[in-house]
Design a protein around this ligand. Sequence first.
Ligand SMILES: Nc1ncnc2c1ncn2[C@@H]1O[C@H](COP(=O)(O)OP(=O)(O)OP(=O)(O)O)[C@@H](O)[C@H]1O
Ligand SMILES: [Mg+2]
Length: 391
Amino acid sequence: MQLLEMVVNFDPAIEVFLFTGDYSTASAVEAIQKGAADYLTKPISVADLRARVGKLIAEMKLKRETFQLEEKLVSSFKFQGMVARSPRMLEVFSTLGRIAPHFRTVLVGGPSGTGKELVARALHQMSPVARGPFVVCNCAGVPESLAESEWFGYVKGAFTGANQDKLGLFEHANGGTIFLDEIGETPLSLQAKLLRVLQSHEIQRVGSPLARKLDLRIVAATNRDLKQEVREKRFREDLYYRLSIVDIKLPALRERKEDLPLLQRHFVEKFAAEYGKNIVGISRRAQNVLSRYNWPGNIREMENVIGNACMMSDGPMIDSCHLPSELLRQNSSDSDSSMLSLEEVERKHARRVLEMVGGNKAQAAEILGISRSTLYNLLDEVAEGSSAKSS
Ligand SMILES: Nc1ncnc2c1ncn2[C@@H]1O[C@H](COP(=O)(O)OP(=O)(O)OP(=O)(O)O)[C@@H](O)[C@H]1O
Ligand SMILES: [Mg+2]
């Protein structure tokens, strides 16, 4: 096991077979977690070994090919700087393509770090006013007392200190797009003013009786559930209806796992280039860790994790030692087998093998070397065990 670690540490791209005369499920699990490609029990026939090595070589070839294929995919799905291949995101892309030429107001929802600002910029880029300004207005950041003059500007003499006329953000965005970020945090008094702008496309500088007509596109973003905010009287219903004529929802990263490999590759490429390093991929054991994590901070979190890993890595691969400790901890608390009973380890191992063969019970039973009924027994207990845990 130590040698395995040394080899994988030396070069994470090396594939390792472990042989043992003394099979235990616990050490099989440990070997796989540490990055072994396979774990075999002695005695081994040469024919069997040849078959397995052949299979591994075929797998590596396939991996190289998918790697190249993925590279193509990354570029074909690079939609205005956004990378995705999941059905839900492809649907978002097609909606964006359809509305970009025509929209006046769009609401973009989704948890933090899912790409709402990227969507806003993409909409602007694909709109007829792409050459016009794109102005970010953070609805949560401005103190209420200042917001009106920040947003709408003021005229000379409007208040003490107003020595000259000043344009607000909305007027700066004239002829382009204004991005109203965190719209759900807007204080109620300002919501009324926003509504007026949305309805009339006019603003009034503070201290001026004059209404000025603006030609604006509006993209608003929020990570709150605005309908819920309306129900709880924190958000005006009329403003909500005005904003949500076109309503785009970005799914959390854990709801679009198909995007993980593409995003990982995208960020590895991006940061390798940025740091001038020759990093070509992610080791097997690091990939294990990344795929088991559930990314509460979504794409921004993944970007940070891969960015840091690229900074730390000196070799051609990102390895598990380059990942933040909380990712490793979450993984090992989930699957650390050192303090479990043998029975629990068997159950966990069965579940993992079943996952790896895509739920095919006959195949899993064959790999595990047990009868299908024994596997069913094991899995029933899995179901009981996990529901007891989650309740
Ligand atoms: N599909 C994607 N492909 C590539 N990069 C992405 C994608 N989605 C988001 N990102 C990147 O992730 C980071 C977060 O995206 P963004 O700022 O748009 O999220 P957000 O939804 O506005 O987050 P918050 O709610 O926290 O403001 C950005 O650096 C962005 O470039
Ligand atoms: Mg944002």
